[in-house]
Design a protein around this ligand. Structure first.
Ligand SMILES: [Fe+2]
Length: 261
């Protein structure tokens, strides 16, 4: 288990309620991953990654496909981080297949190199806007909760996090947004400071791969640099599927989003 305050992530042990929830979602995941419309929207990286953003189909309490509401230590930890969660938001079902990543025909070489070399490391909510992909913070998530839908082998496109990066990014954001009203945060071009800070994080923070079994889950800090590693597992595994929930921080409380641990 990680030390969340310092590392920016924590993993929780097996919980039968989480395993049962994952079983319900796994049934839905099979359906959506074979649905031609969903595949047209979400199959990337040469067919080796079903992105599945917003396809979880959960309600505000995290019920999916006849499941109970989302519960367990991980969900409780998230609620504690955020001062309560009224709405989990619609989650993601991320499914990776052997050989991830392959290069899409329309994926620029530089993006593909970054995917391979740096796990497509990013900060959730910091959106690339326009043709020159200037970075603006436009979504204010509270946490990232990852719940495997089956036992995921290590090395099968694991969740990757740079330990301690959340503290460095929090510093960066406090400087960038200092004295600005939250209403104008989304208008601030953070491209230069983000790239400089991210380079420093690659230099100084440890890259850690997180894998978990069904019934376990993990939480990453809202400001942690994270991404997805390559598939290096043996071909006996056909896929790895993970549900991600990223509830939004309460919109009237963004000063706390900026400053809370
Ligand atoms: Fe992310």
């Amino acid at each position: 288990m990680g030390d969340f305050a310092h590392t920016g992530w924590v993993k929780f042990p097996y919980d039968v309620a989480v395993a049962q929830w994952a079983d319900h979602v796994a049934d839905r995941a099979k359906d959506v991953a074979q649905d031609p419309v969903h595949c047209a929207n979400w199959l990337r990286s040469g067919g080796t990654w079903f992105v599945g953003a917003d396809v979880l189909g959960n309600d505000a309490q995290g019920r999916v496909n006849g499941s109970a509401k989302l519960s367990g230590q991980g969900a409780d930890f998230c609620a504690n981080q955020m001062g309560g969660i009224d709405d989990w938001g619609v989650g993601q079902i991320s499914i990776c297949y052997p050989n991830y990543p392959l290069q899409d025909a329309d994926e620029p070489d530089a993006s593909f190199r970054y995917r391979v070399k740096r796990d497509t490391a990013h900060l959730d909510g910091l959106k690339p806007i326009g043709a020159d992909k200037r970075r603006f913070y436009q979504e204010f998530h509270g946490v990232i909760l990852g719940i495997p839908l089956s036992d995921t082998p290590p090395d099968a496109a694991p969740f990757v996090i740079w330990e301690g990066s959340h503290l460095i990014f929090q510093d960066m954001l406090e400087q960038a947004f200092n004295d600005l009203h939250p209403d104008v945060w989304a208008d601030q071009d953070l491209t230069a400071i983000y790239q400089e800070t991210r380079a420093r994080i690659f230099e100084t923070c440890e890259r850690v791969e997180i894998t978990a079994k069904k019934g376990e889950c993990y939480v990453a800090h809202r400001m942690a640099l994270h991404g997805m590693g390559p598939w290096r597992a043996s071909a006996e595994h056909s896929e790895r599927a993970i549900a991600y929930l990223r509830p939004y921080w309460r919109g009237d409380d963004l000063l706390n989003w900026l400053h809370a641990p």
